[in-house]
Structure formats: structure tokens, C-alpha cells
Design a protein around this ligand. Structure first.
Ligand code: ADP
Length: 306
């Protein structure tokens, strides 16, 4: 399969801070790829380097096989939403997009099209200074879509949005991927991407932690764990522990068991005359899987004011 974004052995430091530490991953067309990691993990830095806004110290970041700075019509190749607050507040939404289109040699009609697409047509002549955060996000997305690019990048696009805005962005990302575009979307909250991403690139402290499909990650996190509900919890615990299982008491009446298959657990408890009201494979949430993956890589450094 062709690669839309190719990050290879990327390294970037700011003074003594290593922001990106030998990172490699690919982003493919037709998929929403979630780019996840705790705050400070290096997501924005990676995106800025891909967009040529920052220079890599080592390694490469290519879009469609080429560095951003060598793209002849960048807005037709990649659209990005990095910082929605960056439009001058005195500008009118439509004028901002018209200026971008003019500057990039894109047809004027695209402005009307993208304003419709993001639902801003009725406020297109208003000044951006009076826009809500959600409206600014939409304007930023309109700008990203202006050149109808095959590659899209969004840095924390749902931060600060209301549930309706969040749902709208999710649907937009899914539809953009369904059209065959490559979509890279960052978040510090894995749960945010649960229904949106197909693939995940998880990083911590500038390094790759996981590069996997959402389904594989959930399966790994759920693997071998059985959830058991019984009114006689402590007796069940000793029976299962004696049989070699690792048993943890979780919610009321509930045990999480590892090391024994569900059928064996059912047999053991049946033989001991212990009641079982529920017995099921554990289904991890993405948030759970993420906590497990990043447990050792959360950045506890505190910024000291100078
Ligand atoms: P994320 O987007 O995952 O939250 P960032 O890429 O913003 O992470 O930051 C990675 C690290 O690089 C952090 O320690 C951050 O403080 C540092 N950093 C990012 N940009 C700069 C900069 N312009 N100058 C100095 N340090 C920076």
C-alpha cells in the first residue's frame, strides 16, 4: 500500500529537551490514524516537522514521498489544523479563505465549497474575533480542506469543543478517510479516538510505544482476562488461586481472573458448589489499554519558571 506520511528515525531537541527521540511510523490512505501520547510526548513537534514548520535534527518526515518544503502546491498535498487561534481576529472568515486560495493559486469557488462543508456559510462575512472556539475550529478545518488534499493532519482537534462539535469532527474525519484520504489526528486522550481511529501510533517521551490497529490493541489488553461475578467472592478467590490463577477483586461481587480459561473456571467453581452469576472474557476499553501502554512514559517533569 502507498504511504502518505512517512516519518523515519526522526529526532528533534529544543535545548536540553529531547522532544522527538528516534521516531518512525507511517500513515496510510483510507484510514484515520490516531496519534496518541501524554502531553509533552512530542506529537505537536512531530506534526510541525512534517509540515516543515520546524527542522528535524536527524531523520526525515515525508509527505507522499517528499519533504514538505519541496512540495510545489502544498495546500493541494496536505491540509493541517494545528492551532485554531492563529487567524487575525479582525479578518472576516471568507476573506481569510479567499486570501489563502489566492495566495496558493486555488480557485475562488473552493472557498464557498469548504465554507458549506464546515457549516460556516451563514457567518462567512463575520469577523473571526467574534467566533466561538468551535467556529474557529471549523474555519481552521475549512482552510485545511481548501486544496482538497489527500493527506490531512489535525492536532488535538476536539480540545475544548462541546459534544456536538466533537461529534461533528469525528464524523468529518471518518468521512475524509472513507473518501480515501490519509488522516492523522492527535490526542492525549485515547478514549477520544475510540470510535474514530482505525490505526494507532502511540508515543511517549518522543518514542514509539505502539503502532497497531485499534482492534489488535484492544485484544492484547483484554487477552486472557476473565471477569467473574459471584455472591461468594472470597471462597471463589481461594478456589481459583489454589488452581494457579491470578485473581483480583474488582467491583462488588466481581473478580478478574488471569491464567485460567473461562471453561476451567466454570468447572472449578461448579465442583466447589459456588454460584456464578456472570462469567465473561474481559473487554478492555481503549483508555485502559492506553494506561497500560503509557504507564512508564508519562512525563512528570515540572516546568520551572525562570
Ligand atoms: P505534545 O504535542 O505531545 O503535547 P510537544 O511536541 O508539544 O508534545 O512537546 C514535546 C516536548 O518538547 C515537551 O517537553 C515540550 O515542552 C518541548 N517543546 C515543544 N516545543 C518546544 C519549543 N518550541 N521550545 C522548547 N521546548 C519545546
Amino acid at each position: 500500500m502507498e504511504t502518505s506520511i512517512d516519518v523515519r528515525d526522526l529526532r528533534k531537541r529544543y535545548g536540553s529537551t529531547v522532544a522527538v527521540d528516534g521516531l518512525s511510523f507511517e500513515v496510510r490512505p483510507g484510514l484515520v490514524t490516531g496519534f496518541v501520547g501524554p502531553n509533552g510526548a512530542g506529537k505537536s513537534t512531530t506534526m510541525r516537522v512534517i509540515l516543515g514548520l520546524d527542522a528535524a535534527d536527524e531523520g526525515s518526515a515525508l509527505i507522499g514521498g517528499r519533504p514538505y518544503r519541496s512540495l510545489r502546491a502544498p495546500l493541494r498535498e496536505v491540509g493541517a489544523l494545528l492551532d485554531a487561534a492563529s487567524v487575525h481576529p479582525g479578518r472576516r472568515a471568507r476573506d481569510h479563505l479567499l486570501w489563502m486560495a489566492h495566495y496558493s493559486g486555488l480557485p475562488r469557488r473552493r472557498v464557498g465549497e469548504v465554507l458549506d462543508l464546515v457549516g460556516l456559510s451563514s457567518v462567512a462575512r463575520r469577523r473571526v474575533g467574534g467566533f466561538s472556539l468551535g467556529m474557529r475550529q471549523r474555519l481552521g478545518i475549512a482552510a485545511a480542506l481548501l486544496g482538497d488534499p489527500p493527506v490531512l493532519m489535525f492536532d488535538e482537534p476536539v480540545n475544548g469543543l462541546d459534544p456536538e462539535g466533537i461529534r461533528w469532527i469525528r464524523e468529518l474525519l471518518r468521512s475524509m478517510a472513507a473518501e480515501g484520504r490519509a488522516v492523522l489526528v492527535s490526542s492525549h486522550l485515547m478514549g477520544e479516538l475510540e470510535d474514530t481511529a482505525d490505526h494507532l501510533v502511540v508515543i511517549g517521551r518522543g518514542r514509539l510505544i505502539a503502532d497497531t490497529t485499534v482492534r489488535e490493541l484492544l485484544e492484547t489488553a483484554s487477552a486472557g482476562r476473565v471477569v467473574l461475578r459471584t455472591a461468594r467472592r472470597s471462597e471463589a478467590m481461594s478456589v481459583l488461586a489454589n488452581a494457579g490463577a491470578e485473581v483480583a477483586a474488582t467491583e462488588r461481587d466481581t473478580l478478574t481472573v488471569t491464567g485460567l480459561p473461562a471453561e476451567r473456571i466454570a468447572t472449578l467453581l461448579g465442583e466447589s458448589g459456588l454460584p456464578v452469576s456472570e462469567l465473561a472474557q474481559h473487554r478492555a476499553s481503549l483508555e485502559e489499554a492506553y494506561m497500560e501502554l503509557t504507564r512508564d512514559s508519562v512525563d512528570y517533569r515540572v516546568e520551572v519558571a525562570k
